[in-house]
Design a protein around this ligand. Structure first.
Ligand code: FES
Length: 599
């Protein structure tokens, strides 16, 4: 018996457990014969495995097919994945149409609003769960169903490390709602209305009405937040079917994408199309290009860095900044623009965008279909007139959405999403108003006695990878209430934390190294002056070196610690933002490539 192509095995042959003792076929065992439980007798292990699964009513014919695992991240705590049952049904249909055997299995599921202390704290745990369950269970390919912010990166990190053919299916975006005639959606409008409520522009009854309308269906946030960003960059990486990023969660298009994903997974299993063949340095350059062109979430940089790191590919922030200077923002979606994900889908989605970016892309990268990105674009439907995805000569924003800052305050780099920032504030020098940690900020930010003016710079320390821990999206500091009431909408804000991809403002993030491990951010004091120059890519603390050395000597670093459990593992092994906030032992042991390359 050969398990090399299980779809061709006869039921009788598949039923012969001793076949496992005949030696593994080239490329190793396939189908149910993969990864046998160790009882010291492989034939017995397969015999036992089949006996148990036959308890669910399977025939030898079914069990002889390529096995396609389907990662089920449905959870009542995760409304962003609320359509998981329908998607699994459609994937199963696609798998069976192509002659495979679908087997779904659970992993943990992480939702932004239901994860304490942060979803980022749990991303690496989910990636480990995904990797080990793909590795432990027999499957010839795996369909990863994710969607909410951290789930797609966690799944791609795990799949990249597991090395089994893998294809990503996202749950798709939620529908938009309406508040008093105005279209609204999570979560840019969540923040905008909450800001108005804080400024006493709307009352408690109205904010309660808004709360009912922001999330109009299951699915992921409806703007170009982290979930939408990761969906788009995953398609650019080649890890999902063409056109798979944008269909909203509750549409027939989304179900058809799921069915196509199932059939594609079977073909990938037969071709043994493993992630390392798709996730190349060029593929990551394409993904970064798309991240910039969509005005994507700053979190996308951290996640792409983590995924690439699993394969020994480093992402160079200086190269990203270079790329940013030559990449226009073309997608007119909130928070940088006006529209929502369902509009992006109706406008042609990623196909339309990739076609527009074609001169800037590597077209010879492989995708899950087995075709190159260029071949997929050649096969795509023709363009049509629409006003969501701009033509390259007519961008929303002329040069990249993101800028990488350096200076004595961020020797390892910091990020600003300039497409969502106030142009007036991007060249700014001001007085620091410092909060030592998130609790300090929560206690004092709305204090009427707080010494703060509109042209000050808010600084928040210790919300980095180890500081909070889990690098919370607290970088979007609220405008102090007394200034908000006076009409102040934006201020320069600096932290070592992250910001939701749905947020906007002149906000410097990911300051590296973080304050909690002794980064220079820890040394800033209220009253210091800071200079931000996005044009010069500069972030400078205007305090002389002798004074900084004196402050450093006076406050020895005490890296956060924990006594046991996951928190101990996290605090002892998590890396900084420039290494994707992954655990050091999960990254590849050697760097094989650094991207982006100079063009
Ligand atoms: Fe799940 Fe926004 S909270 S995608």
């Amino acid at each position: 018996m050969s398990l090399t192509d299980p779809s061709k095995a006869s039921p009788a042959a598949a039923a012969d457990p001793k076949a496992q003792d005949e030696g593994a076929p080239a490329g190793g065992p396939q189908g149910l014969g993969k990864g046998l439980t160790n009882y010291g007798d492989n034939g017995f292990s397969l015999f036992l495995r089949k006996a148990f699964i036959k308890g669910a009513g399977y025939t030898d014919d079914a069990l002889s097919r390529p096995v396609i695992g389907i990662v089920n991240t449905g959870s009542s705590y995760n409304p962003c994945h609320g359509n998981a049952p329908q998607l699994i049904e459609a994937v199963r249909r696609g798998v069976m149409l192509a002659g495979g055997l679908p087997v779904d299995f659970p992993t943990i599921s992480v939702h932004e609003s239901f994860s304490a202390p942060t979803s980022m704290y749990l991303r690496n745990l989910m990636s480990m769960d995904t990797e080990e369950m793909i590795r432990a269970q027999p499957m010839d390919a795996v369909v990863l169903i994710g969607g909410c912010d951290k789930t797609v990166p966690a799944q791609l990190m795990g799949a990249a490390s597991a090395g089994v053919p893998a294809i990503q299916l996202v749950t798709g975006s939620m529908l938009t709602g309406a508040h008093r005639g105005e279209r609204v959606g999570a979560c840019t409008d969540c923040r905008r209305y909450w800001g108005r409520y804080r400024a006493d522009e709307i009352d408690a009854a109205e904010i309660a009405d808004v709360n009912n309308q922001l999330v109009a269906s299951v699915g992921t946030c409806s703007v170009m937040g982290t979930a939408s960003t990761m969906a788009c960059v995953t398609e650019a990486l080649g890890m999902m079917v063409a056109g798979g990023a944008s269909a909203p969660a509750v549409t027939a298009d989304r179900i058809r994408v799921a069915e196509r994903t199932g059939t594609t997974a079977v073909a990938m299993a037969k071709a043994r199309l493993t992630p390392d063949r798709i996730l190349t340095g060029k593929a990551f350059e394409n993904a970064l290009r798309v991240l910039l062109a969509i005005g994507g979430s700053t979190n996308g940089i951290v996640h792409l860095t983590a995924i690439a790191g699993r394969l020994g590919i480093d992402i160079d922030l200086a190269g990203l900044d270079r790329m940013s200077r030559e990449t226009p923002v073309l997608v007119d979606l909130k928070p940088s623009g006006q529209h929502y994900m369902e509009d992006f889908h109706k406008a042609g989605g990623m196909t339309a965008l990739l076609r527009e970016l074609r001169p800037l892309l590597h077209l010879d990268t492989l995708t899950v279909s087995g075709r190159t990105l260029g071949e997929e674009l050649d096969a795509a439907a023709p363009p049509f007139a629409q006003d969501v995805i701009r033509r390259a000569p007519d961008p929303i924003y002329p040069a990249g959405g993101l800028a990488v800052l350096r200076g004595n305050l961020a020797p390892g780099g910091a990020i600003i999403k300039q497409s969502a920032a106030d142009p007036v504030l991007m060249e700014h020098e001001g007085r620091a108003v410092v909060f030592e940690n998130a609790e300090d900020m929560a206690q004092r930010i709305d204090d009427e006695a707080l010494d703060v003016k509109a042209d000050d710079i808010l600084v928040l320390k210790r919300i980095g990878p180890t500081g909070a821990p889990g690098m919370p999206e607290a970088g979007y500091m609220p405008i102090p209430r007394k200034l908000a009431r006076a009409g102040v909408k934006d201020m320069v804000r600096i932290s070592d934390g992250r910001m939701s991809g749905t947020a906007a403002g002149t906000i410097v993030l990911h300051v590296t190294p973080e304050a909690a491990i002794g980064g220079p951010l820890a040394l800033v004091q209220s009253g210091d002056r800071i200079r931000l120059s996005v044009r010069e890519r500069e972030l400078t603390l205007l305090v002389d070196e002798a004074e900084l050395a004196r402050r450093a000597a006076a406050q020895p670093v005490e890296r956060p610690r924990a006594d046991r459990g996951y928190r101990k593992l996290f605090l002892e092994t998590v890396t900084q933002a420039d290494q994707g906030v992954d655990f050091d032992f999960l990254r590849a042991t050697q760097t094989v490539e650094t991207v982006p390359h100079k063009r």
